[in-house]
Design a binder for this molecule. Structure first.
Ligand code: AMP
Ligand code: ZN
Length: 119
C-alpha cells in the first residue's frame, strides 16, 4: 500500500530523479528544490526522502528524516544568503492548512517580510 502511494507521489518521483526539479540540496535522506510556484523571492521545498504523508505520521521511527530536514534548512538558508535577514519555515498538515502534496515537506521562504499570524 505505502509502496504504491510512493510510486505515484510527485515528491518521491523528484527524490528518485524521475521528475526534474531545481535542486538546491540533496543527501541520502533529504532533497530540497525550488518551489514550482513560488510565494516569496526565495521559496524552497525541503523533503525527507522517505514517503511520510504528513506530520500526523511523524514518530520515533522516522524522526531522523525530520531532524535532517532542519540541518538541511540551516545550510540552505546560509547558501542562499538569507540566514541573517530571516526566513520562515512552514509545514501545512491536512485540509484546513492547505496541504496539497501528501508527502511531508517544509517550505523555506525568504526575501520579503511575512505577516503574523499567517493567513
Ligand atoms: P502544500 O500546499 O504545502 O502541500 O505545498 C505543496 C507545494 O509543492 C506547492 O507550493 C507547490 O507549488 C509545490 N510543488 C508541487 N509540485 C511541484 C514540483 N513538481 N516541483 C516543485 N514544487 C512543486
Ligand atoms: Zn512520497
Amino acid at each position: 500500500m505505502e509502496k504504491d502511494m510512493a510510486a505515484d507521489c510527485i515528491f518521491c518521483k523528484i527524490a528518485r530523479g524521475e521528475v526534474p526539479a531545481k535542486k538546491v540540496f540533496e543527501d541520502d535522506m533529504v532533497v530540497a528544490f525550488h518551489d514550482i510556484n513560488p510565494a516569496a523571492p526565495v521559496h524552497v521545498v525541503i523533503v525527507p526522502k522517505a514517503h511520510i504523508p504528513s506530520v500526523n505520521e511523524a514518530g520515533l521511527d522516522n524522526a531522523a528524516g525530520f531532524g535532517r530536514v532542519f540541518a538541511a534548512a540551516a545550510r540552505i538558508a546560509r547558501d542562499l544568503g538569507v540566514d541573517r535577514k530571516g526566513y520562515r519555515i512552514v509545514t501545512n498538515t491536512g485540509k484546513d492548512a492547505g496541504q496539497l502534496v501528501m508527502h511531508v515537506h517544509f517550505h523555506l521562504m525568504a526575501g520579503r517580510e511575512f505577516g503574523w499570524p499567517p493567513g
